[in-house]
Design a protein around this ligand. Structure first.
Ligand code: APR
Length: 239
C-alpha cells in the first residue's frame, strides 16, 4: 500500500494538498487543539470572533500581534520546503490549500497557494477592505490604520462565524474534486469547510493520503494514513 502511494503521487499530474497547524508544529508554532494548543485555556469565542473584536479590539489585536511576532521568529521547516519543491515538479496541476495563517508556506516559496483562513501577516481595512502587510514586528503598534482611507484595520484572517472567501473556496473545491492524488497534512480535520476537501477529493475518485501523528475523522477514508510528523512523512513519500 505504501509503495502504491509513492507511485501514485509520483505519476499524478494533478495533485492537491491541504495543510493545517500540524505542518508548522515543527517550526515551533503551536497548534490549536490538544495539549499545549493555542485554544487550551482559551475559548476561541473570546478572541477569534467578530463579536470579540467588536467588544475589545485592543485585546484581540494584542493577541494577534503576539502571534505575528511568534510566526515571524519561526522559520519554515523541511515539510514546507518539500511542498514548494513538489509544486515545482508538478507545475500547473498543483495546488496547495492551507488553513494556516502563519505565512510559512509563502516564505518557503510556495506560490500555487490558497490561504483559506487569511494571513496573520496582513491587515484588512474595516471600512474599504484594502489589505496591507503589517510592518516588521518590532515596529508594529496595533491597531494599524489604512494607507488608503485612514480607517482602523482588523487582522486579515477568517474568524469563527465568518464566511470564507467564496471564490477561494470554490477554487479549492474544484482543484480537490479534479485531483488524482490529494494529500492532507497536519490538520485535525474538524473545522469546516476545509475539513471536507479531502472527502470531496476521495468521493470524486482521488487517491487520498493523510500525514498526521494522530488519527482524525478523515483517517478511515484515507487510502493511506501515515502516522508520522509532516516532514518525516513527506520525506518518505517524496524520496
Ligand atoms: N506533523 C503533522 N501533524 C501534526 C504534527 C506534526 N509534527 N504535530 C501535530 N500534528 C497534528 C495534530 O495531530 C492535529 O491533528 O496537527 C493537527 C492540528 O490540529 P488543529 O490544532 O486542530 O489545527 P487545524 O486542523 O489546522 O485547525 C483548523 O481551526 O481554530 C482554527 O482557524 C484555525 O485554521 C485553524 C482551524
Amino acid at each position: 500500500m505504501q509503495e502504491t502511494a509513492r507511485k501514485r503521487l509520483q505519476q499524478a499530474e494533478r495533485v492537491t494538498v491541504l495543510t493545517g497547524a500540524g505542518i508548522s508544529a515543527e517550526s515551533g508554532v503551536p497548534t490549536f487543539r490538544g495539549a499545549g494548543g493555542l485554544w487550551e485555556g482559551f475559548r476561541p469565542e473570546e478572541l477569534a470572533t467578530p463579536e470579540a473584536y467588536a467588544r475589545d479590539p485592543e485585546k484581540v489585536w494584542r493577541w494577534y500581534a503576539w502571534r505575528y511576532q511568534q510566526v515571524m521568529e519561526a522559520e519554515p521547516n523541511e515539510a514546507h520546503y518539500l511542498l514548494a519543491r513538489l509544486e515545482e515538479e508538478k507545475g500547473n496541476g498543483f495546488l496547495l490549500v492551507t488553513q494556516n495563517v502563519d505565512g510559512l508556506h509563502h516564505r518557503a516559496g510556495s506560490r500555487r497557494l490558497l490561504e483559506l483562513h487569511g494571513s496573520i501577516t496582513r491587515a484588512r481595512c474595516e471600512r474599504c477592505g484594502h489589505r496591507q502587510p503589517l510592518p516588521p514586528p518590532d515596529e508594529f503598534e496595533p491597531p494599524p490604520y489604512c494607507e488608503r482611507c485612514g480607517s482602523r484595520m482588523r487582522p486579515d484572517v477568517v474568524w469563527f462565524g465568518e464566511f470564507l472567501d467564496a471564490d477561494l473556496l470554490a477554487r479549492a473545491e474544484r482543484a480537490f474534486m479534479t485531483s488524482e492524488v490529494a494529500l492532507v497534512i497536519g490538520t485535525s480535520a474538524v473545522v469546516e469547510p476545509a475539513a471536507s476537501l479531502g472527502r470531496l477529493a476521495k468521493a470524486a475518485g482521488a487517491y487520498l493520503i493523510e500525514i498526521n501523528p494522530e488519527a482524525t475523522p478523515l483517517t478511515p477514508l484515507a487510502d493511506l494514513s501515515l502516522r508520522a510528523g509532516a516532514a518525516a512523512g513527506l520525506r518518505w513519500l517524496l524520496e
